[in-house]
Ligand binder design. Sequence first.
Ligand SMILES: C[S@@+](CC[C@H](N)C(=O)[O-])C[C@H]1O[C@@H](n2cnc3c(N)ncnc32)[C@H](O)[C@@H]1O
Length: 198
Amino acid sequence: MSFAARTLEQTLVYRAWETPFVQQKFAPILAHNSIGRVRPVLDVACGLGTNTKYFNGADYLGIDFNERFIRGARRRHGRKFLTADARTYVASPEDRFDFILVSSFLHDLDTKDMLAILSHLKSLLTEDGHIHMLELVLPKKPGIARLLARWNRGKFVRPRDEWRRLFDQLFVPVVFQPYRITGMGTSLWEIVDFKGKQ
Ligand SMILES: C[S@@+](CC[C@H](N)C(=O)[O-])C[C@H]1O[C@@H](n2cnc3c(N)ncnc32)[C@H](O)[C@@H]1O
């Protein structure tokens, strides 16, 4: 495990780092969806359940393989959370989701694992359901921004076109929108928002 990953494992550090950017990161999802109307929601690699608040009216399930995060999420949000590795997670046969959220997770996975997980998630969508993915873009040019992206998010951060190509392999695209997260008066990261259906 990299130094960055070990640091992110520390719950408090993780919260302090993520909190200022959560609203910005989630804004495109709020803009493109009537989020108050979604029915069952699956939040894959939910971390501390920071995104739970957007789904107050929905039947929500968050999964993450970090038991400490899941305990913290249950305590804080009182919703349904399950400790599970997304690589081996199999939903109950009757479980189908209207809204599957995969936020800031796929950069942890090599392409084989990522496509296997996404194929399984596709099979869990309701007929008119959508998957929503938010992922960090690897800057094209070598430099500080690229180093920071790798340091912050591990070795599978991908360029924008590669995210697009991989997502399009499995889903019919509805939205593909790159956008920027800003802070301290500057542009910090580029994120892609992908919404797809079966
Ligand atoms: C950067 S956090 C993102 C948390 C949340 N989705 C968000 O948007 O704030 C990445 C999360 O992925 C989880 N994770 C990494 N590999 C996983 C796996 N194989 N199965 C389930 N969770 C995993 C980590 O424990 C961590 O909580």
